[in-house]
Design a binder for this molecule. Structure first.
Ligand code: MN
Length: 732
């Protein structure tokens, strides 16, 4: 058991103004009050409140909360009364202990009506002072740690209640460490087989992947030191329960989870977070779509951090979290990270800053709802929705409940309703208002799917959806569509070439070329041409050879060769010069009907003059005409395709452009730039340090923009920042 002086020392180590006499008094009072009482384990009962107090010192809570923890079972289980506690410890602590007494025996997995009423009581008891909830959570954590000593039936009930109510509450309060431990302890009781299976496979994975993590960790530490960035790098690992949950939710195997192993970089300043990110992205290949900036957009429970996943040695994916020490405090301690301490000057107690936290606001909102007088059952239903932050519950206009994992969007919703609904989905209304398909759904949203038949889901949706059902259906639908798209593109290319030669280009004519090309069907021919695997010159040649009413062979050959030379010459001119004519292929953007890819790094945005390059097996890649890389295709005129923008203004889509920024290496520089980009309604998709010296650094930033005008606006606002030396579009 922790000694009295040890407890006091723990508290004074983080709060030098703590009232030591109060702590000593509470320790002695509780020990005497519980006397010879014993726990189920046979330990003296007092060890329990003492451990609870210990857990709360880890969260660095104030002296009143620690004293309350020591006293939390006295009114309930001993001769002590509220009056006596008030007399000895003052009314503040008296009220806290009474709050805990009220919720001491609430059964939260009982019959529905009773459970609702109990949950209401719990919230009312904690509503006056959030510290009641913190002590209650610590109380539950210690009871879960020692759950082995109670009977199996009771174990299951307590574990279920922990999983349903207390763990999500801890999560809502942002106390991640406590949530993780509560979930894992409950998981071990509720589903011991699943847990041990995961532990075994985790062990195996750890043996295989840890070397990769270690290598990156060491290299990164060295690089950051070299760059003069102060930091600490520490390992991190997901807990068995959250792995289990993720496997269930995404229906994937443990090996496919990319964020089990990773580490965390704690920096001194917000500025350094982005500098570290720059170094990381410069050093290892980044897994696309895994970069998340919770610093500029914090989570609802105030969590702030940058997440990114890189591919390390032996193709291992390693997740990194980058945040400042302050952000780390909030990530670990949540609402408890806000100061509860007495003001040393005024002596004023209270929950002060904590009231400003999102966690506290959430609690207030629940309590307001309670006071608005919903029936307890309705209230419980509503609160449960709020509590289960890993699921969202949405409705069809007809009122059918659709449960989805958190982060799901209307596309997931549409596929959850029916595969046909998903495949034909083109838009949506959320709560009666038109909304983007990428919107993250919230609890209670009513979603109306807008459908158009005969449509194929865009392949890019596969990366947007979070449910396995939607992903599988999109993959199936796009595989067939891709083949059709290549055939459509092939037809465009072949028809243009044949018409240029004055040849017929209908299916009947094309069929005559098949034997010469060793192909089975016109569809095959078109698909091959569309994928860039069959040059239209070969089709022309095959057709000329196939012409039944042709002239003697020698003449034909000569004619054929002069024609193709002439054609090559005319093609050698940059195709864009002939642009604007009906000949150009219309490019609609990422969700196009044609297999079109936008060049990385120098990606064109609507408004740029563009050109298409045909690549074997890949279809067309679109480049802006200013891209340096186009010179590489100068000698392959047959690969150039005339293209022109044909953007549907009603379907807003972002395009990624790269800008190169050179700025002075000083505090606040990067933050200013990222802020400016955000203010202009653009997304930062990636950020890489290109060069660094002691006074300047140069970086490439990929921004998601609507069009060229938008991009121009961003570049000129960045240029106006005083730290900027130069900013321009990267030419690649
Ligand atoms: Mn207790």
């Amino acid at each position: 058991m922790m000694r009295q002086y040890e407890l006091v020392e723990r508290v004074t180590s983080y709060d030098p103004h703590a009232d030591e006499a109060l702590l000593n008094r509470a320790y002695v009072y509780a020990m005497k009050a519980h006397g010879s009482q014993q726990r189920a384990s046979g330990d003296p009962y007092f060890s329990h409140p003492l451990e609870v107090a210990g857990i709360l010192t880890d969260l660095k809570l104030d002296d009143a909360t620690i004293a309350t923890a020591l006293l939390h079972d006295t009114i309930e289980d001993t001769q002590a009364t509220r009056e006596e506690i008030d007399e000895v410890f003052g009314p503040e602590i008296g009220q806290l202990v009474e709050g805990l007494t009220k919720i001491g025996r609430l059964d939260l997995v009982s019959k529905q009506a009773e459970q609702a009423e109990n949950f209401r009581k719990l919230l009312l008891a904690v509503s006056d002072d959030i510290r009641v909830l913190l002590v209650k959570l610590a109380d539950r954590l210690h009871n879960m740690r020692t759950i082995d000593h109670v009977g199996p039936e009771k174990q299951l009930r307590i574990a279920q209640e922990t999983m349903d109510i207390y763990a999500p509450l801890a999560g809502r309060m942002g106390i991640q460490s406590m949530r993780d431990e509560l979930e894992d302890l409950a998981f071990a009781v509720i589903n011991p087989q699943a847990r041990s299976t995961i532990m075994k496979r985790l062990d195996k994975l750890r043996r295989e992947a840890v070397p990769a993590v270690e290598t990156i960790k060491q290299e990164l530490t060295a690089k950051l030191k070299q760059a003069g960035i102060d930091n600490s790098v520490s390992g991190r690992e997901k807990r068995p329960y959250s792995i289990w949950q993720k496997m269930e939710r995404k229906s994937i195997s443990l090996e496919q989870l990319s964020d089990i192993l990773g580490f965390r970089v704690i920096t001194r300043s917000l500025e350094d977070c982005y500098r570290v990110l720059g170094v990381v992205h410069q050093s290892w290949p980044v897994v696309p779509g895994r970069f998340k900036d919770y610093i500029s957009t914090p989570k609802q429970n105030d969590y702030r951090s940058i997440h990114t996943t890189v591919i390390g040695p032996e193709n291992q994916r390693v997740e990194l979290q980058i945040r400042t020490g302050d952000m780390h405090e909030v990530a670990e301690r949540g609402v408890a990270a806000h100061s509860f301490y007495k003001d040393p000057v005024t002596g004023e107690a209270g929950i002060g800053q904590a009231e400003e936290s999102n966690a506290y606001k959430w609690l207030r909102r629940l309590i307001d709802m309670l006071e608005e007088g919903d029936s307890p059952e309705e209230f419980l239903e509503h609160t449960r929705l709020e509590l289960f932050q890993d699921q969202v519950f949405c409705f069809t206009p007809a009122g059918t409940l659709i449960a989805l994992p958190r982060g799901a969007n209307p596309i997931d919703f549409a596929y959850a309703v029916h595969t046909d609904v998903g495949n034909s989905c083109v838009g949506c209304k959320i709560n009666g208002r038109a909304a983007p398909l990428m919107s993250e759904l919230k609890n209670g949203d009513e979603v109306e799917v807008i459908r158009t038949d005969g449509r194929t889901p865009p392949a890019a949706w596969e990366r947007i959806v979070v449910t396995g059902k939607a992903r599988g259906a999109i993959r199936r639908a796009t595989r067939e569509a891709v083949r059709r798209q290549y055939a459509t593109l092939g037809r465009e290319i072949v028809e243009r070439a044949l018409q240029h030669e004055g040849l017929a280009s209908d299916d009947e004519a094309l069929a005559r070329a098949l034997p010469h090309l060793a192909l089975a069907s016109v569809d095959d021919l078109l698909a091959k041409a569309g994928r860039g695997e069959l040059a239209s010159e070969l089709v022309i040649k095959a057709l000329q050879e196939a012409k039944p009413e042709d002239k003697p062979a020698s003449g034909r050959r000569r004619k054929s060769s002069t024609v193709s030379t002439k054609r090559t010459k005319s093609r050698r001119k940059p195709p864009v010069k002939t642009n604007g004519a009906a000949k150009a292929l219309p490019i609609r953007g990422i969700n196009a009907d044609l297999p079109v890819r936008f060049a990385e790094g120098c990606g064109p945005v609507p408004g740029d003059r563009i050109v298409g390059i045909l690549t074997r097996g890949e279809g067309i890649t679109i480049y802006p005409i200013h891209a340096d890389i186009l010179r590489e295709f100068d000698n392959e005129p047959e690969r150039w395709v005339d293209v022109a923008w044909d953007i549907d203004a009603s379907r807003r889509e972002r395009f990624v452009a790269r800008i190169r920024v050179s700025c002075r290496n000083e505090v606040g520089a990067l933050a200013g730039i990222t802020q400016t980009i955000g203010d202009q309604d653009a997304n930062i998709e990636n950020l890489v340090m290109a060069r660094r010296s002691s006074d300047f650094y140069e970086m490439d930033i990929d921004v998601g923009v609507w069009d060229l005008i938008h991009l121009g606006g961003i570049i000129s606002s960045i240029r106006q920042l005083p730290v900027i030396h130069e900013v321009q579009r990267a030419a690649a």
